[in-house]
Design a protein around this ligand. Structure first.
Ligand SMILES: [Zn+2]
Ligand SMILES: [Zn+2]
Length: 85
């Protein structure tokens, strides 16, 4: 089995802490049921929750150091998404 390219290490979850997407995925259902959200707000939450998780398609990324090819997940491109600014 091929190991992941060492030049493009995956972010360490324990070191970076939860992302807004993680928080939305965990508390989103409770938040939705206790707040009356505008359809547009639902869309924003959906986009952030599914950002870079394969929901918006995939692409290939090439490491500029060694040329190693790896699969990348497309971002949601929602301007409200903290990961897509
Ligand atoms: Zn590399
Ligand atoms: Zn995003």
């Amino acid at each position: 089995m091929k190991t992941l390219c060492s030049h493009t290490p995956l972010p360490d979850k324990s070191a970076t802490g939860p992302t807004v997407g993680d928080i939305f995925r965990e508390y989103g259902p409770a938040f939705r049921s206790s707040n009356r959200l505008h359809p547009r707000q639902h869309k924003v939450m959906y986009d952030i929750e599914h950002c870079r998780r394969g929901e918006f398609g995939t692409h290939w990324e090439i490491c500029d150091t060694c040329g190693h090819l790896k699969k990348g997940y497309n971002s949601c491109r929602n301007r409200h998404c903290p990961g897509c600014k």
